[in-house]
Write a protein that binds this ligand. Sequence first.
Ligand code: MN
Length: 723
Amino acid sequence: MMRQYELVERVTSYDPDANEAMLNKAYVYAMKAHGHQVRASGDPYFTHPLEVAAILTEMKLDDATIAAALLHDVVEDTEATLAEIEQLFGGEISELVEGLTKIKRLDLISKEAAQAENLRKLLLAMSRDARVLLVKLADRLHNMRTLHHVKPEKRARIAKETMDIYAPLAGRMGMHSMREELDDIAFKALYPEARDGIMKRLEALRAESGDILTNIEERLTEQLAANGIGAHVSGREKKAYSIWRKMQRKHLSLGQLSDIFGFRIIVASEADCYKALGVAHTAWRVVPGRFKDYISNPKQNDYRSIHTTVIGPHRKRVELQIRTQAMDDIAERGVAAHSFYKDAADPMAAERGIRLPHGDSNSFRWLRSLVETLAEGDNPGEFLESTRLELFADQVFCFTPKGALIALPKGANAIDFAYAVHTDIGNSCVGCRINGRHAPLMTELANGDEVEVIRSQAQTPPAAWEKVVHTGKARSAIRRATRFAVRAQYAGLGREIIERHLARFDATYNKKQFGEAMRKLGVSSAEDGLAAVGRGELAAHDVMNALGFEGEREAPKRDIRKSRTVKQEGGVPSIPVRGVNQNLPLNIDASTGAVPGERIVGILKPGEGITVYPIFSAALQKFDDEPDLWIDLAWDEDSATSLYPARLRVVVHNEVGALGQLTQTVADGGANIENLQMTERARDFYNIDLTVEVEDVRHLNQIMNELARKPLISTVVRATGSD
Ligand code: MN
């Protein structure tokens, strides 16, 4: 058990002005009050409030909070009274203890109405003074750490409550270490087998990779130092629970589990964050689509950091979080990282007796807006709805027209909704009404939305949906449906190609003749033949010969290249580009990207389907002598509902803040950064290879114009694929 002087020393080590006499008094008072009480573990009861206080010293909380932690159970569990505590310790501490006492007996997992009322009380008590919340969370953390002493039935209930209420609450307040530990212990109690499986796999991976953690740490540090950046690099293994969540989300099996290490790079300044990013992206290959700039665009709970993934030393996929010490403090400790006003300086808060943390905290603003809701409404059901919905920030709750509740992860759209109701509904869904109004299927759903799915039996889900859905259920159903549809699509594509060749001879497609021609070529059916043409495995001119059309006719495809500005060739139908996905015969060439509104052509590649190129792509020259491979394509109107990649070459001044300006501008323009890589670095300028995801060419031009206007950005051009 921690000694009295140790606790006091801990507090004075970060707060030299702490009231030592008061802390000593609280220690002795609580120890005496709990007397010979024991915990389920057999330890003296006082070890519990003492450990809670110790957890809070790790968060460097003020003396009043530490005293309140020592005293948090005395009113409920001993002879002590609030009046006595007020007399001995003053109003500030007694109010904290009162808040903690009020919420002590709340049973959050109970009947709906009582649950609503309890949650209301809990949040009310916590939101008057954020320190009540911090003590309550530390209390829960210690109870979780000692959960194995509790009887199994009770254990599961506490673990579930922790996972449902306290862990999300800690997360919402930005306290990630706390959330992680709460979740992990609850996970162990609720799903011991799943956790064991993950731990075993981790052990195996650890044995396989040896001392790789330290090794990568060193390589990262060296690389940064070589570029003049002082950084503290630390690697760590991810927690079982977060791995499990990822497996659930991405439908991964244990065997597929590979990137289990995360590295944190702490640098001195915001500018250094971007410099470090530049170094990492120059030294190692970037994993596309994993770059996130939460420095320019902080999360709702104030979280700021840069995230990226590279193929790092030892060819290991390495997740990097780049941030400053201050950003790291906020990320780990959330609201607890803010110091607290001794006197509420916000007049409105003072009036309501609310204690605000110092500085600008989004999390606390959220808590305060809850208090205002509490003051206004007194319908507990309504309150529960709005609060739980807010609390579970990573979920949205929507309804069917009949009122059934469908819970989905945040970001989910109507397609996810349809699949969550039933696979058949997802597969046949063609449109939706959200709250009675027609809306695009990709619309991100909000809490409380009523979603009506419009169906058509003729529908097969487009493969591109796989990219836009957020739930594993929808993704796997789409993949299944797509496999069947892909063959049909290749066949359809093959037929388009054959029909266009036939059109040159003023002939039309005839299934019987085509089937016979296929037999001559040793292909068993017309359908297989068309699919083979579509996949590029069977050359169109061989088919034409087998059909009896000899000789060459002028191929209109050749004109595609010559007439760069022409809209469409007369008489030759172009193939509409629908979804673009790796399961489909269509792929967009990565060296340039292509976006709706840009003139495009397709090149048939045997076994790969069609690769889409913008007409200005330098790569097209390679195919000049192979007219049969050219396919005229046009964007389908549906294209507007997805995002498409466009690769840019950007030259920026080698100055502090340039990368930040770049990423901020792209984010402000409503586009995503799919990839960002420094290619060359000179003294004054450096080149950046940037792939953005945009809606169409107009959107792209807007972004390019905005970028070009920035003082630290020198030039922005579309990549042509020639370099
Ligand atoms: Mn307690």
